[in-house]
Design a protein around this ligand. Sequence first.
Ligand SMILES: C[S@@+](CC[C@H](N)C(=O)[O-])C[C@H]1O[C@@H](n2cnc3c(N)ncnc32)[C@H](O)[C@@H]1O
Length: 263
Amino acid sequence: MAKPVGVITRGTTAPNRLRRIDRWLIHSECGRLRRSDNPVVVDLGYGASPITAWELRERLHQYVDSRIRVVGIEIDPERVAAAQPLSDDSLSFIRGGFEVPVTGQVSVIRALNVLRQYDESDVAQAWNTMGHRLETGGLLIDGTCDEIGRRAVWVGLRKTESGELEPQSLTISTHLQSLEKPSDVAPRLPKILIHHNVAGEPIHRLLTQLDDAWERCASHAPFGARQRWIETLKYATAHGVETLDTQARWRLGEVTFPWKLVS
Ligand SMILES: C[S@@+](CC[C@H](N)C(=O)[O-])C[C@H]1O[C@@H](n2cnc3c(N)ncnc32)[C@H](O)[C@@H]1O
């Protein structure tokens, strides 16, 4: 077997850590997964415990379609061996890297807290390598979150008709009651953005605009953090910040921007 592409990194994970990402994935991909003849979702780099891959399968079966197969891929053979007791007809664990060594093409790849431990210069190549395994219209999620999943930020990349993998969106999802200001998510920016959060860069401008809107909406704080967040996003969009979603998602402490805002 060819050597897996990538390196073994810290395996930190925790139950329920990726719930915000899974909720968005289900919302965004539900229709496409249901229409697929053979829906396969990959959890790349599941870590020291396979729990988040197992949770992903449970959620996809409960809310989307019980035909979906989830494949957990880990570059560390010991983590693959340790995960085997959880495998069954719709959940498997294999050794591999960014080349995603599965038969056929896959619908979704979720790679959370994986690229964070690489150099920024490795990201484009890793995206492309994973992208080769995606079906047309397939989605790659590359993101980062904190240890207990209260702050998460991810890039959504889609395989286009022309075979290109195109970054399309940036999503922020946060626990609102513990948020002091929107830029609290900065330490959780994906690798492709985290080193660019400095004055003059688009991601810095976006977070600054959100912080400014948050300040201007301080009078809504007595109605709760959720209300203040919604008003913040209403204010920001009214002042030129484009989003790809609506208040129905903002209520969840989430917001999705077009990638062009930060690219
Ligand atoms: C911090 S853990 C993330 C665990 C889980 N995804 C989460 O977010 O809780 C990162 C894992 O990715 C694995 N990993 C790193 N590079 C990889 C690659 N190229 N292919 C597969 N797994 C990789 C590491 O071995 C490690 O177990």
